[in-house]
Design a binder for this molecule. Structure first.
Ligand code: NAD
Ligand code: DAU
Length: 339
């Protein structure tokens, strides 16, 4: 089976590519189309870069001519669209790239899939499209959309566009909506890798507001396996939630990180809250489990320990990221935010 994976040099896309190429009978081939934005990193794919079944193309999913020629020539059986501007804080600071990639890019891929009658298209989306959810409720796939940030609005728009291709053109599309991922190779702008890497360097850990916001944590390899389960067993025209069933307040997560790294809680620093900050995400994955048999395998404590160990042993990976554009981003997001 031939896969076109977009955004395969990012955090989750690279975990999915690595999983695909673990294929025991060697029958999968992967074409990875990635623009290599600040978040794209070919080091994430070093372990499979020389695999004869793998090909990398450096390009933009908004480039209709490129996308069309790749789909025409390679005739993938499945397109999986991970490519996105994925960080909420960056989407608040600078929404234009979010609109381009997350909406126009999705449209460009869908049009190529329509033209060339790609047998399967999977849109990788997020639980953020449901907005903040009051306890004790969990969002199922029929929950109303209530996006709070330019990022989540762009993902909700892309979901609706994708699903419209099923209704209008009878295209075999599927949308997956996952909760917060964590694990190795995550860019240190998101909560868990940022806190681990700052703690390892004895730098302050910026806590937005009261730190009581709740997120449902999913280990990245469990997410990758869920996407494969949806491709193998899911139905076209459907949405599948993918949650980790481990909802925790941010402060608990950060305390656990500090304990694992062996650093004092005095490193935590309260900073001004994120504008439009969603208070609580909570997801039901009942449909996914019932229809595909998927279950999360990695308990949070085990996944977090493995993640801390990965960042400890891969300090050079983080240092390379932190030496570039990252400093400018860090200053614009966190500068003058202390309370
Ligand atoms: P990431 O930021 O780590 O990686 C994004 C990748 O997309 C990078 O390799 C980047 O170079 C590439 N990219 C960006 N714009 C592109 C373009 N125009 N053309 C081609 N490539 C482009 O993101 P991630 O955390 O791995 O998220 C992957 C997907 O999963 C996204 O669609 C995101 O919305 C979704 N998602 C993420 C999470 C999470 O917790 N990180 C949870 C649920 C859903
Ligand atoms: O829920 C799925 C989403 O999870 C994905 O769609 C997004 O791509 C991904 O970035 C993530 O979004 P969040 O906004 O939930 O993740 P983030 O890691 O940015 O923040 C998690 C929580 O931690 C949130 O309540 C904000 C808080 N936070 C975050 C950072 C970066 C802090 O308190 N301090 C910080 O410095």
């Amino acid at each position: 089976m031939k896969f076109l994976v977009t955004g395969g040099a990012g955090f989750i896309g690279s975990a999915f590519v690595r999983l695909l190429l673990q294929d025991p009978d060697g029958s999968r081939a992967v074409l990875n189309l990635d623009k290599l934005t600040y978040a794209g990193n070919l080091e994430n794919l070093a372990s499979i870069a020389d695999d004869a079944r793998y090909r990398f193309v450096h390009g933009d999913i908004c480039d209709a001519a490129l996308v069309n020629s790749l789909v025409a020539e390679e005739k993938p059986e499945v397109i999986v669209n991970f490519a996105a501007e994925s960080h909420v804080d960056r989407s608040i600071l600078s929404p234009a790239p979010v609109f381009e990639t997350n909406l126009r890019g999705t449209f460009t891929l869908l049009e190529a899939a329509r033209t060339h009658q790609t047998p399967r298209y999977v849109q990788i989306s997020t639980d953020e499209v449901y907005g903040s959810i009051d306890p004790p409720h969990e969002a199922d796939e029929n929950f109303p959309l209530r996006a709070s940030s330019p990022y989540s609005a762009s993902k909700a728009g892309a979901d609706l566009l994708t699903l419209s291709y099923f209704v209008t053109y009878k295209m075999p599309v599927t949308v997956t909506r996952a909760s917060n991922n964590y694990g190795p190779y995550q860019f240190p702008e998101k909560l868990i890798p940022l806190m681990i890497s700052n703690a390892l360097e004895d730098k302050p850990l910026p806590i937005y507001g009261d730190g009581q916001q709740v997120r449902d944590w999913l280990y990245v390899d469990d997410h990758a396996r869920a996407i494969l389960a949806v491709i193998e067993h899911g139905r076209a025209g459907e949405i599948y939630n993918i949650g980790g069933s481990r909802a925790l307040p941010n402060l608990d997560v950060v305390r656990e990180i500090l304990a694992a790294v062996g650093k004092p809680e005095s490193l935590m620093q309260t900073v001004k809250d994120r504008p439009g900050h969603d208070r609580r995400y909570a997801l039901s994955s009942e449909k996914l489990m019932r229809e595909t048999g998927w279950q999360a395998r990695v308990p949070f404590e085990e996944g977090l320990r493995a993640t801390v160990e990965w960042y400890r042993s891969n300090a050079a990976w983080t240092a390379r990221i932190k030496s570039g554009e990252y400093q400018k981003y860090y200053q614009s997001n966190y500068g003058g935010r202390a309370v």
